[in-house]
Design a protein around this ligand. Sequence first.
Ligand SMILES: Nc1ncnc2c1ncn2[C@@H]1O[C@H](COP(=O)(O)OP(=O)(O)O)[C@@H](O)[C@H]1O
Ligand SMILES: [Mg+2]
Length: 237
Amino acid sequence: MAEPPPPVLVVAGAVKEYGAAVKTRALAGVDLTIGPGELTALIGPSGSGKSTLLNLIGLLDRPTAGTIVLGGHDTSTLDERGLTALRARMLGFVFQFHHLLPAFTALENVLLPSWGDRGRPTADARAAAEAMLRAVGLADRLHYKATDLSGGQQQRVAIARALAHRPPLVLADEPTGNLDTASSAEVFALMRRFNRELGTTFIVVTHDPRIADQCDRIVELVDGRVVSDRPVPPAPG
Ligand SMILES: Nc1ncnc2c1ncn2[C@@H]1O[C@H](COP(=O)(O)OP(=O)(O)O)[C@@H](O)[C@H]1O
Ligand SMILES: [Mg+2]
């Protein structure tokens, strides 16, 4: 029998406390294993720890206790440089508020992460960014300023930016939380398409049951604990 593929992510016993004098325990011991190519919905009431968990997985913050193993690397052994390098290689981020720079064009926003110490992005980076913007249906908007795009279009730029460097894992924190129903459906459909076509693994925080029900798996947090972790049955018909 073939070996199962190694997980993209293993969270083990993750605890996160905020504050010094008065401690808030945002995560109370979370275990979560995510396999390659899964599209997982992370749900739960406001304050249940969803964003905290995504921040730990995204290497934006460290757990108070427990470990995050990303792509086989135990991140507790890494210093800031190591975390930054692993983040750049492994992760893409999509947030509720897209965090596009308003004075820059769609193309410039997708290219921004590749403006590094070495100056201007390479021709390859530029070609990849243009291809991503075409893939999200914005071929005719490359040179529009972010502020001249609709909310749904801006979020599609954010998805193009998150995926341009082909990270194996994309973390999306309420990516459709600020969109109308039609734009939400479009944005989710794009994530599903990249999941299928590129094999990208997604963890999507959502309050929208219609979106959660289209994922492969639903993990529910309450009070910083996983209270339910279930596969989504295939849609009938
Ligand atoms: N930076 C922070 N400092 C202190 N408390 C925080 C911070 N971030 C989140 N919390 C607290 O941690 C808990 C979980 O928050 P969060 O992860 O944002 O939940 P969710 O994303 O599910 O709404 C809440 O009680 C919240 O008030
Ligand atoms: Mg949140």
